[in-house]
Design a protein. Structure first.
Length: 223
């Protein structure tokens, strides 16, 4: 489930976008405090931003520049000012796409999907793995579920990645240990047990209880 941060001063448009995109199983947050857009951005940690140009206090160009100081997250500008000057400005400021108002919600959805495919593809695969609402970001080794997000250690990340790649199948302890060795991390059987235990606790912190199941004498499974 990708997180979309909508920065739109027109409540009707913001609500329409939120309602429509929620049907596509996106996690939506609309900006409320237009003086402190970066606070909302940082707390929500979105994977894409929909940004209007005409906003209270500071315009969309300003906030695009501020976001670009800390993130490469895709930004789609929304504006009724669709003249060439604004489009060029939007792209030069770091925007990835420009959608002119009034727009068709289905067109907006299609453009969002296209931008996400471009932004989160790596050697033909997504940079984000998703399973039953859990998101594993391969770029920064973080895990997220609903509104919670946390960072994993190198071993925890690799273990979870291996289990997600084989979701619904039992993965032997030897397979996981070999996978960790391939990442230049030598661990033994006891160390694996400790790492899985810590990973389980982090999954519980996210609200996922019983997410990783033990198959006694064989290995682990995510069902």
């Amino acid at each position: 489930m990708y997180r979309i941060f909508i920065v739109e001063d027109d409540t009707i448009i913001a609500n329409a976008l939120s309602a429509h995109l929620s049907k596509w199983d996106y996690d939506i947050k609309c900006a409320g405090d237009f003086k402190n857009i970066m606070e909302g951005f940082a707390s929500f940690d979105p994977q894409i931003v929909l940004l209007d140009i005409m906003l209270p206090f500071f315009n969309g160009f300003h906030w695009c520049q501020e976001i670009r100081k800390v993130s490469k997250v895709p930004i789609i500008f929304l504006s009724s000012a669709g003249d060439n000057m604004n489009i060029v400005m939007a792209m030069n400021m770091g925007g990835d796409e420009f959608i002119e108002k009034p727009f068709d919600l289905n067109v907006v959805t299609a453009k969002i999907q296209a931008v996400l495919r471009r932004a989160y593809s790596f050697q033909g695969g997504s940079q984000v793995m998703e399973y039953k609402g859990l998101l594993l970001n391969l770029g920064d080794a973080s895990a997220a579920y609903k509104e919670q997000r946390l960072t994993l250690t190198k071993n925890e990340f690799r273990i979870l990645q291996i289990l997600l790649e084989n979701s619904g199948k039992i993965v032997s302890r030897d397979t996981i240990i070999t996978g960790l060795w391939e990442s230049d991390e030598f661990i033994d059987d006891n160390t694996l047990t400790v790492n899985v235990s810590r990973l389980r606790k982090k999954m519980e912190e996210l609200g996922l209880f019983g997410f990783i199941k033990t198959k006694k004498g064989i290995g682990y499974i995510i069902e």
